[in-house]
Design a protein around this ligand. Sequence first.
Ligand code: SAM
Length: 209
Amino acid sequence: MEMVERDIAGRGVRDARVLAAMRDLPREAFVPASRRDQAYDDRPLPIGARQTISQPYIVALMCEALQLTGDERVLEIGTGSGYAAAVLSRLAAQVDTVERIPELAERAARQLAEFKLNNVRVHSGDGTLGWSDAAPYDAIVVTAAGPDVPQALLAQLAPGGRLVMPVGASRGSQHLVRVTREGQDDYRSESLCEVAFVPLMGEQGWPEP
Ligand code: SAM
């Protein structure tokens, strides 16, 4: 409750549904046991496999930027701990989330099942190619930073849909952009703020090490 008031509502997030979802879902359940005492700090935390659970304020900002009303089909790229997928599950009708590291995907799927969030499907694979089985999506969120917005994701966005993703350097700081598909071949892009994310690695992202 304090985290939401201080770091999320207190920093300008206004979407009441986002605030309610984040009040309701305990972030501590999505961080390693050794980090539980830091679960309500407004910062990213390590989750193993050299990856992180994102800063809560940034999770809220990205969810708000998707402009969800509850009926949408959402695709998340970068499941990580499953925390953002859990928040999205409260904001949309269906969530498909893709993670490239199988052990993270498995752990997140177990955690989401424990909370009985039955409208989330966790997939293991290269999310730079999207998840074509359930496309098109009303909203797509990418929680790792790529050099550009992958063409596959633009193609899987429904007309009228919104895509939110960090774009820029593989390390350090990137721009959080929102792309709105305004027509079949008409995409409008806005830069929302500066962020720092781990790299999006894959066929339409940064090359695998
Ligand atoms: N949304 C996550 C959460 O709530 O914990 C945070 C995700 S973390 C900042 C970024 C994640 O993107 C990592 O788990 C990383 O393995 C994943 N990732 C990087 N490249 C990917 C790709 N091509 N496809 C799917 N996941 C990818």
